[in-house]
Write a protein that binds this ligand. Structure first.
Ligand SMILES: Cc1ncc(C[n+]2csc(CCO)c2C)c(N)n1
Length: 200
């Protein structure tokens, strides 16, 4: 896992939904939200999505764990999230920025091994070099072994929940080291899809 930092008070946020494809979706979503330790992040859930804000490592830790617990239901489950840093005016939850960096949900047991497919996209805002930033992070995913091809408007990552979320976090943390002032990353992660993966 990357140990990069992003300045002293750079709040990271993620707005996401999980979609477990079962009649029992209310139970799966609510149980996943309840199973996770959210003590180090600002969190708000409504009828459409959940928003988490705080230090980068906790935002990734909590979103990964919520998806893992939902996917542990065994049903086809989708995580659809938008991560952001540097959003002008995002200071409300600065209190969470003084938490230490120990991850509260590091241990997600066997769920870390659940196989997933992901499509993610980086949007480095406020820089002319945005394509360089994107290519660098695609290269990083290739080196890690999660990169599974380019599709229109996104890059594909295949691998376990732990590998894929590690790649997402790595891409995000490295991309914000660029001169981009505001970075957005979208990610759709799928587990237990009944559809066959496309041939590479
Ligand atoms: C992470 C996450 N947060 C909120 C929703 C929205 N949502 C849809 S059904 C349901 C449970 C009963 O209201 C909720 C909260 C979601 N899908 N995923």
């Amino acid at each position: 896992m990357s140990e990069l930092t992003c300045g002293t008070s750079r709040i990271v946020g993620c707005r996401f939904s999980v979609f477990p494809m079962t009649d029992r979706f209310v139970e799966v979503i609510m149980d996943a939200l309840k199973s996770v330790n959210t003590g180090k992040v600002w969190i708000q859930t409504d009828d459409v999505s959940t928003c988490i804000r705080g230090r980068a490592e906790h935002v990734f830790d909590v979103t990964r764990a919520i998806f893992a617990y939902a996917a542990a239901s065994g049903v086809h489950t989708i995580f659809n999230g938008t991560y952001s840093i540097g959003c002008p005016g995002d200071t409300e939850a600065d209190v969470y920025m003084s938490e230490d960096s120990e991850r509260l949900n590091r241990e997600i047991g066997k769920n870390a091994d659940i196989d997933t497919a992901c499509q993610f996209a980086l949007y480095p805002l406020g820089t002319d070099h945005y394509m360089d930033v994107i290519y660098k992070e695609v290269h990083r995913a290739k080196e890690k072994g999660t990169f599974a091809g380019s599709v229109h408007y996104a890059s594909r990552l295949d691998g376990s929940i732990s590998k894929v979320f590690e790649s997402l976090e790595d891409a995000f943390l490295h991309a914000i080291q660029s001169d981009s002032s505001h970075l957005v990353m979208t990610a759709v992660v799928s587990a237990h899809s009944p559809s066959a993966k496309p041939r590479p």
